[in-house]
Design a protein around this ligand. Structure first.
Ligand SMILES: Cc1ncc(COP(=O)(O)O)c(C=O)c1O
Length: 548
């Protein structure tokens, strides 16, 4: 007996689309090899010591990121972003790479674009330093300026769409493009270099935030490796990170551009990972400049403003440790060299034009470094702490931009308007860092102040590519130490004599765990650019420097 099997009348055909492109793949292979080879030729960056009085038993280190081939910590990021874009099939032969940047990232990306032979266009605020513009052009890149720094994201995305290029988007991809578990990232490198030091596990690492990628990488690595090190992010004036972090508000904004190049953002960038950060400080710009000048006095090196912002915060932490008789180490970064900023942070004319008086901060640093916090009042006040059990990570974090899928040809389409919050209505933001009263339109990094109700888009310039700017653990007690030194005397706002004593348990301001009073105090201070001699609260140094 036989059985007949009938074939289905309509068999479904296998659909097969093969886009493999041997020419592209050999270009890709070569491009990745060139980027990897560049890394292979590079030496690690130095971990320098900042001289502190020996008897303090505290070591302060600076990871010198200015020695990368393109002069800043952004060299690491640019390499990671290029590898990420190449391996995702987003960077294509002959198509431009476009970036929104305050300058340093663009310098480094121009370098890598040239290395692999693709055009590069940097979309930057018009106030970007001429030296950075010169460096971008030196590496074969083009500068494209916007008057309002808040419009540079959408301008870069639109330019990518028009040219068929790839918008690199460091503000979204910095945190994920970087290999935070290791691979000699900046954190792993620090720990390797600290291995033979007397305090190889730092009590604190202080970073600053532009994209937030560096602080995210360091914090993730520290947590992953189960170190006890804590992470502090120092934020300048005219940046929303501090307020956004303090209020757990992913929609925080700042109205005015930061004058500390490379750091301080008008919105909570997707690459900033608040839950990974232990502590933040809002640093007056004058203090950042004073600190960076003190660096030159101490180690003979000029550095950019962001280095000063981190260094001021590191001084404050060291002062706390001395006051509490703790020994240990603290690490911060030299983010880039100062030669790029001779007409800014090293120019007294610029300081005067900005209305910045660094003298009280400089005097406070000098006294602190020579006589220590026991004999003069150091630049320190107790940190307000959110109560235990109030992890930032439980709070809503800035909306993450999803991985983008492949489009036709495997080339990711340009993402016009795809920014998280890119079309944000600023009026709906909950935490808004106050605009600076002394910041008239056109005089600062941020360009013109926003008109009420106007959208950033309406303030962007036409997309002409111009070639040049128009104008220029607690590590144990010390042995044989002196009796406990007098702790810094602090005033106002719940602060007490005795370092972090009662301040740690949280005062009224922290009753809801959000330190509102602190933020309000900060706002009042920030609105005045943290001037010296203010008596509205916060700790007051002998010379009247307010650290609020
Ligand atoms: C000079 C400088 N310092 C610090 C930073 C902060 O680095 P990150 O973007 O990783 O937060 C940047 C970022 O652009 C920078 O350019």
């Amino acid at each position: 007996m036989s059985t007949t099997h009938e074939s289905p009348a309509t068999a479904t055909a296998t659909v097969d689309v093969d886009r493999s492109d041997p020419a592209y793949r050999s270009w890709l292979k070569e491009a990745v090899r060139k980027v990897q080879a560049d890394a292979n030729r590079s030496a690690d960056t130095h971990l320098l010591r900042f001289p502190l009085p020996e008897k303090w038993g505290i070591d302060l280190y600076l990871k010198d990121e200015s020695t990368h081939p393109t002069g800043s910590l952004k060299h690491r990021l640019a390499r990671s972003l290029f590898l990420y874009g190449l391996c995702n099939g987003w960077i294509r032969p002959g198509k431009p790479v476009i970036e929104a940047s305050s300058g340093s990232t663009a310098v480094s990306e121009a370098y890598f674009a040239k290395l692999i032979g693709v055009p590069f266009i940097a979309v930057m605020p018009r106030t970007t330093s001429p030296e950075k513009c010169r460096l971008i052009e030196f590496h074969g890149g083009q500068c494209h300026f916007v008057e309002d720094s808040r419009t540079m994201y959408e301008e870069a995305a639109a330019l990518a769409e028009r040219t068929g290029g790839h918008y690199m988007d460091q503000f979204t991809y910095a945190e994920r493009a970087t290999d935070w578990r290791g691979n000699n990232n900046i954190a792993e490198s620090m720990y390797q270099q600290l291995r033979l030091e007397r305090y190889p596990e730092p009590a604190w690492i202080v970073a600053t935030a532009g994209t937030g990628g560096t602080s995210a990488t360091i914090a993730r690595y520290v947590h992953y490796m189960q170190h006890d090190t804590r992470i502090c992010v120092a934020d300048p004036e005219n940046s929303c990170f501090f307020d956004g972090w303090t209020h757990h508000d992913p929609n925080a904004t700042a109205d005015c551009g930061s004058r500390i190049e490379g750091i301080g953002r008008p919105r909570m960038e997707p690459s900033f990972v608040p839950g990974a950060v232990d502590r933040m400080m809002k640093v007056p710009d004058a203090a950042s400049v004073a600190a960076v000048r003190a660096l030159e006095t101490a180690i003979g090196r000029k550095a950019g403003g962001s280095t000063g912002t981190g260094l001021w915060s590191a001084f404050k932490i060291v002062a706390e440790m001395v006051a509490e008789e703790r020994t240990g180490s603290v690490v911060t970064l030299i983010c880039d060299g100062g030669e790029r900023y001779l007409d800014k942070y090293y120019s007294d004319d610029w300081l005067a034009a900005q209305g910045l008086d660094i003298a009280p901060y400089a005097a406070a640093i000098e006294r602190f470094l020579t006589t220590g916090p026991g004999r003069s009042e150091p630049p320190v006040e107790p940190a307000r702490r959110v109560p235990e059990g109030e992890p930032h990570a439980r709070r809503r974090e800035p909306q993450r931009q999803p991985e983008r899928g492949r489009a036709v040809g495997g080339h990711r389409p340009a993402q016009v308007g795809a920014r998280p919050g890119g079309e944000r209505n600023h009026s709906s933001a909950r935490a808004v860092t106050p605009g600076c009263s002394s910041c008239p339109p056109g005089t600062r990094n941020g360009g013109p102040a926003p008109r009420p109700g106007s959208s950033p888009r309406t303030r962007s310039r036409p997309a002409a590519v111009s070639s040049s700017p128009r104008r220029p653990r607690r590590h144990g007690r010390g042995h044989g130490r002196e009796p406990r030194r007098q702790a810094p005397h602090l005033h106002g706002d719940g602060a007490v004599d005795g370092g972090r004593g009662r301040g740690e348990s949280g005062g009224e301001d922290e009753a809801d765990g959000r330190g509102r009073g602190e933020v309000e105090l900060h706002r009042r201070e920030s609105a005045r650019h943290g001037p010296p001699g203010d008596a509205s609260g916060g700790s007051t140094l002998a010379d009247g420097v307010s650290m609020a």
